[in-house]
Write a protein that binds this ligand. Structure first.
Ligand code: BES
Ligand code: ZN
Length: 684
C-alpha cells in the first residue's frame, strides 16, 4: 500500500551516458564527520527539472510578503531573496517560474534603497514552466520580486466554500512537490538549494493560515499571520494552506489541524503520533523540527500525504476510525529524517527520499503495531511492485534514474522508488544485522543532515561505513546491482504474513466452491486483509460472483478508499454494471490520485466505460486538483478502448497484467515482488 504515485505508461527515454559519479550538492559546513566518510564537495549537479544555476548563486533565505485573495484565487506580493553568490563573475540570477505575473524586480543598494533590475520571462515549457532571468551584474545581496499567481497555478488548489466539509468558508492549499513551488513563488526550484524562510501573509480574518513553519496552536484568526522557518529546506517543502481550520492537540509537540467537523476524529485516529515520534527518535536521533502537526485536507488533496516540515499534509481518506491506515503518518513523519533532513539532490534520486522513508515507516509500524501488520503492508507493497514489473520499462526499474528517464517528475515515482528502495534497506538490514544497520542509518542521517545528496554519495558513505567496516558481508557489486540494475536481485529477503495465508485460503476456497468464508473470519479482517483478498482475485469475476461478495460484504459503496481503489476496477473489468452509481459518487467525492486512477484506467479500456469516465470526469473536474486533473486527462486522451461494451473481451482481459487465480495460489506461500528480469529470489 505504499505505491502512491501513479506510474503512467509514458514514453520514457533514456539518455545516453551514465550519471554515476556527480559531486554532492551541499552548501553548509558540516559538524565533524566520521573519519571514514568523505566530506561532500560544494559543486552542484545538474537537475534537469530546474532552470536554476546553483553553482553561480544560491538563495540562502526567502522572505515572503503575500496577500491571499480567495475571490481572485490569487497570491500576490513580494519574494525577497538573500543571495550567496558562488561565482564572482556571474551576472544573472536565474529563477524558476510557472504561470506567474512578474510585475517588477529590484535589488537592494548599499544605502538600503531598492533599484529596478531588468528581467526576462521566457515562454513557458509545459513541464518546466518559465525561466526567469534577472540581470544582476552587481551581484546584490538582496533581490526582490513583485508578482502574482494565476488562478490556475499548478501548485495551488482553491476550493469554493461548497467544496469544503463545513460549506461555510473557502479553502486553499499548496502542493509543491515535485516542481510546483515555482507556480506560487519564483525561486530556484531544485532540491539542491536549501534556504530558511519567513512569511507575512494577509487573508480574510475568518481564514486560518498555516505554513510549513512555526505554526502556533494558539494562533488567533485576525487575517494577519507571520511565519518563520529557521531550518534550511528545499523548495519542494514550501507549503501554505488557508481555511476554516481548528487545532486539536495529540501531545505537547504534536497535533492536528482540520476543519471543525474533522479535527477531533482525526486527533483520535492519529493518537499514536507521539509514540511514533519517540520510536523514530530512539532509532535515528532527535526529531529536529520542533512541532509535528498534521493538517487534514479536503478529499481533493491529490496525494495521501506530503511531508511538509512541521506540518504534514494528509488526505482525509485515511481517517477510517480504526487506525488501519496510520502508516501514512509513520511515512510522512519518517521523512523528517529521510527527505527533509537528508534530501535527494534531484528527483532522479527519489528513492533516497521515498525508499528510505518506506523502510523507516515499516520499522515504526512494526514497533507500534507488531510484525504481522508490518509484514502485511510489506507484502501488499511487493505485490504492487511485482505487478508494476510486468509492464514497466526496465530503465525505470533502477533506483538511480538516468537523466532523461522520465519526462515529467510528477510521473517519476513508482513502486520501484518506494518498495524496491525499502527492500534494498531491508536486505542490508538482514545482511548486517539490525543493530549495526540501525547505527549506520542513524550515522547517515546525522552526517548528511540539512544536505542534498545524489545516490553516489549514499554509495560512498555505505562503502566506508557499512561494507568496509563489516568486511565479508556484502560486496559493492551486490549493492550496485540493486541500485543500477532493473528488477530485484536474487537473495532478496522474503516476508510472509500469517493473516494473508488465511485470506488466500479463503479466496481459493470461494473461487472453487462459491462458499464464502465464515463471518467470524471476515469480520476480524483488517483493511490490509480486505485489500489482499480483492487484489489477489483473478483478472475478472462473473457479475454473479461480484454480487455474492457485495451482498455479503457491501464492498460497492465502501467508505474505505483503499478497498474502493481495488474493488471498483475489478467490477469494471468484470462488467458489473451495478457498481456504476457508486463509482460515479466515489470519483466525484475523492480527488486522491492513487485511489481513483486505477478505476479511470479500467474504465477507459472499453468504449462504454470511456464514455462513462468522460461523463463522470466532467462533473468531478471542478473539484479536482490540477495534478489529478492532469492525470485523468492524460488517461482519457491515451485511451484506446479494446471493446465496445462494458463486458471485457478476452483481449482486454489479457492486456491487463493482474494476478490470476494461479498467482493467487502462489501468493499464499510466496509473497514477493521478485522481477522476471532477475533470478527468482529465495524464500525464507
Ligand atoms: N513525498 C510524497 C508525495 C509526493 C511524491 C508528491 C512525489 C509529489 C511527488 C509523500 O511522502 C508520499 O510518499 N505520499 C504517499 C503516502 C504513502 C506512501 C503512505 C501518498 O501520497 O500516497
Ligand atoms: Zn513519501
Amino acid at each position: 500500500m505504499r505505491h502512491p504515485i501513479l506510474m503512467l505508461s509514458l514514453a520514457a527515454i533514456l539518455a545516453a551516458g551514465c550519471n554515476r559519479d556527480p559531486a554532492p550538492a551541499t552548501e553548509t559546513a558540516q559538524p565533524a564527520a566520521p573519519a571514514t566518510a568523505a566530506a561532500p564537495a560544494a559543486a552542484a549537479i545538474t537537475d534537469e527539472f530546474s532552470y536554476a544555476q546553483p553553482d553561480k548563486v544560491r538563495i540562502a533565505d526567502l522572505a515572503l510578503d503575500l496577500a491571499l485573495d480567495f475571490a481572485a484565487k490569487q497570491l500576490s506580493g513580494t519574494a525577497t531573496y538573500t543571495l550567496e553568490w558562488k561565482d564572482q563573475s556571474a551576472t544573472e540570477l536565474v529563477l524558476d517560474a510557472r504561470a506567474l505575473t512578474i510585475d517588477k524586480v529590484e535589488a537592494e543598494g548599499a544605502g538600503g534603497a531598492w533599484a529596478p533590475l531588468q528581467f526576462a520571462l521566457a515562454p513557458e515549457d509545459k513541464t518546466l514552466g518559465s525561466k526567469l532571468t534577472i540581470q544582476a551584474p552587481q551581484r546584490p545581496a538582496k533581490v526582490r520580486v513583485t508578482y502574482k499567481t494565476s488562478p490556475e497555478a499548478s501548485g495551488l488548489q482553491w476550493l469554493e466554500a461548497s467544496m469544503t466539509a463545513g460549506k461555510q468558508h473557502p479553502f486553499m492549499f499548496s502542493q509543491s512537490q515535485q516542481i510546483h513551488a515555482r507556480s506560487w513563488v519564483p525561486l530556484q526550484d531544485t532540491p539542491q538549494v536549501r534556504f530558511t524562510y519567513t512569511a507575512h501573509v494577509t487573508a480574510p480574518a475568518e481564514a486560518m493560515v498555516l505554513m510549513s513553519a512555526d505554526n502556533d496552536p494558539k494562533a488567533v484568526r485576525d487575517g494577519d499571520y507571520s511565519f518563520k522557518m529557521p531550518q534550511k529546506i528545499p523548495s519542494y517543502l514550501l507549503a501554505i494552506a488557508a481555511g476554516d481550520l481548528v487545532f486539536e492537540p495529540i501531545s505537547q509537540r504534536a497535533g492536528v489541524w482540520a476543519e471543525p467537523g474533522m479535527a477531533s476524529r482525526a486527533a483520535e485516529e492519529f493518537s499514536d503520533t507521539e509514540k511514533m515520534i519517540q520510536t523514530a527518535e530512539k532509532l535515528y536521533g532527535p526529531y529536529r523540527w520542533d512541532r509535528y502537526d498534521i493538517l487534514v485536507l479536503p478529499p481533493s488533496f491529490p496525494y495521501g500525504g506530503m511531508e511538509n516540515p512541521r506540518l504534514t499534509f494528509a488526505t482525509p481518506t485515511v481517517v477510517t476510525g480504526d487506525k488501519s491506515l496510520v502508516s501514512l503518518v509513520a511515512h510522512e513523519l519518517a521523512h523528517s529524517w529521510s527527505g527533509n533532513l537528508v534530501t535527494f539532490a534531484t528527483p532522479n534520486d527519489a528513492w533516497l527520499n521515498e525508499g528510505f522513508t518506506s523502510y523507516v515507516e515499516n520499522r515504526l509500524i512494526e514497533a507500534l503495531y507488531g510484525q504481522e501488520r508490518a509484514a502485511q503492508e510489506t507484502v501488499i507493497g511487493r505485490n504492487e511492485l511485482k505487478a508494476e514489473y510486468k509492464t514497466i520499462d526496465p530503465k525505470l526499474q533502477v533506483l538511480s534514474l538516468k537523466p532523461g528517464a522520465v519526462a515529467d517528475p510528477d510521473e517519476a515515482s513508482s513502486s520501484t522508488v518506494y518498495t524496491k528502495g525499502a527492500w534494498l534497506l531491508q536486505f542490508l538490514e538482514q545482511r548486517f544485522g539490525r543493530a549495526d544497520f540501525d547505527a549506520f542509518l542513524r550515522g547517515y542521517f546525522d552526517h548528511y543532515a540539512f544536505q542534498s545528496i545524489p545516490t553516489t554519495e549514499f554509495l560512498k558513505y555505505a562503502k566506508a561505513n557499512l561494507l568496509d567496516k563489516h568486511p565479508g558481508k556484502l560486496t559493492m557489486q551486490e549493492l550496485e546491482q540493486w541500485v543500477y540494475e532493473p528488477g530485484i536481485p536474487p537473495g532478496a529477503p522474503q516476508v510472509q504474513s500469517r493473516g494473508f495465508s488465511v485470506v488466500d485460503a479463503a479466496r481459493v476456497a470461494w473461487l472453487g466452491s462459491a462458499q464464502l468464508p465464515a463471518p467470524a473470519v471476515t469480520s476480524a479482517w483488517s483493511t490490509q486483509e480486505w485489500v489482499h483478498f480483492i487484489e489477489s482475485m483473478p483478472e475478472t469475476l462473473t457479475p454473479e460472483q461480484l454480487k455474492q461478495l457485495d451482498d455479503a460484504y457491501k464492498l460497492t459503496g465502501t467508505p474505505n478508499g483503499e478497498i474502493a481503489q481495488r474493488w471498483y476496477p475489478l467490477t469494471v473489468r468484470s462488467g458489473y454494471a451495478e457498481a456504476r452509481p457508486a463509482i460515479a459518487e466515489f470519483l466525484q467525492r475523492i480527488g486522491r490520485r492513487k485511489l481513483i486512477m486505477p478505476t479511470y484506467e479500467a474504465l477507459v479500456k472499453t468504449d462504454d466505460g470511456l464514455a462513462f469516465a468522460k461523463d463522470v470526469f466532467a462533473k468531478a473536474r471542478p473539484g479536482y486538483h490540477p495534478i489529478t486533473t492532469a492525470s485523468v486527462e492524460a488517461t482519457i486522451a491515451q485511451a484506446k478502448p479494446a471493446a465496445a461494451s462494458a463486458t471485457p473481451t478476452s483481449d482486454a482481459a489479457a492486456a491487463e497484467d493482474k494476478p490470476t487465480a494461479d498467482d493467487a495460489e502462489k501468493n499464499a506461500t510466496h509473497t514477493d515482488g521478485t522481477s522476471g528480469t532477475a533470478e527468482p529470489a529465495e524464500t525464507n
